[in-house]
Design a protein. Structure first.
Length: 270
């Protein structure tokens, strides 16, 4: 990886930035989250596409038809659902939030006034964020594809949004083993349904090629019906499962195309 944010981190941030100004879907992104996403994308030297621009909407729609239809709005709905789950956990008493593979996500930064906020990610991806954010969150450098991180020995809420997708099963189990060391832990993570090659169910061959070309292919997927057994084998219980349609259709109608095959799970230990 070059000394810059990962391509997928920039892709997600760009999608959120675009949707934050969309006349139809902009209300799904908080003002602070949208402003931060636009700031990060611009700081990375990328053009910030505006959902308020008809030309940009046409360009993004064309890109999605070529790659994954509905992907940018999917990012927004995924993040909105995860934030609701995180806020509910904080209300239950979790005072430490650890975001794994945080990329250019803004959740820890925005919640750092309420909880101790920690981000774990590859140092190259963290570098841009460190130059723009000071004092609000704690950064821990770790490449999850090569090493496990060292967890904190106090109750903690972990978030792994679109992280396990790019790890092998052995690496996923390694992360779970590290989280299991925490006396009271809750984990919110996303996962793909099985597909060959691993990607969103409605991804195009071009999208599959793009992941391979950028050295970020999918490596782990699991059928939702196998999740309970998998988590139990690592000492976790499944608390909640939100399938793609469950959280998509809470916010938008069934006529809006969206990326398919990525679900959200909440697991607990002990």
């Amino acid at each position: 990886m070059k000394d810059a944010p990962s391509n997928t981190a920039l892709l997600v941030a760009s999608g959120v930035a675009f949707q934050s100004t969309h006349p139809r879907f902009g209300h799904l992104v908080s003002n602070e989250a949208g402003e931060l996403a636009r700031h990060f994308v611009a700081a990375a030297g990328r053009r910030v596409r505006s959902g308020a621009s008809r030309v940009d909407r046409l360009l993004v729609a064309a890109q999605e038809r070529l790659t994954v239809p509905g992907i940018t709005l999917h990012y927004v709905l995924r993040k909105r659902t995860i934030e609701e789950l995180v806020r509910a956990a904080i209300a239950e008493g979790y005072g430490q939030l650890i975001v794994l593979g945080a990329g250019l996500d803004t959740l820890a930064l925005r919640l750092s006034r309420q909880v101790r906020a920690v981000e774990v990610d590859h140092p190259a991806t963290q570098r841009l964020k460190r130059t723009l954010v000071t004092g609000a969150i704690e950064f821990i450098a770790a490449d999850l594809t090569r090493e496990t991180f060292k967890s904190q020995d106090e109750p903690a809420l972990f978030v792994a949004e679109a992280v396990f997708l790019y790890l092998t099963e052995v690496q996923v189990r390694g992360v779970l083993a590290e989280i299991r060391k925490v006396k009271r832990a809750r984990l919110i993570f996303t996962f793909w349904e099985p597909r060959q090659p691993m990607n969103f169910k409605n991804a195009t061959p071009f999208a599959d090629w793009w992941l391979r070309r950028n050295g970020e292919p999918g490596r782990w997927a699991i059928a939702p019906e196998n999740l309970v057994e998998f988590l139990a084998s690592e000492g976790f219980s499944l608390i909640e499962l939100a399938r793609d349609d469950d959280y998509h259709r809470r916010y938008v109608s069934e006529h809006v195309p969206l990326a398919k095959g990525e679900h959200i799970a909440v697991a607990g230990h002990p």
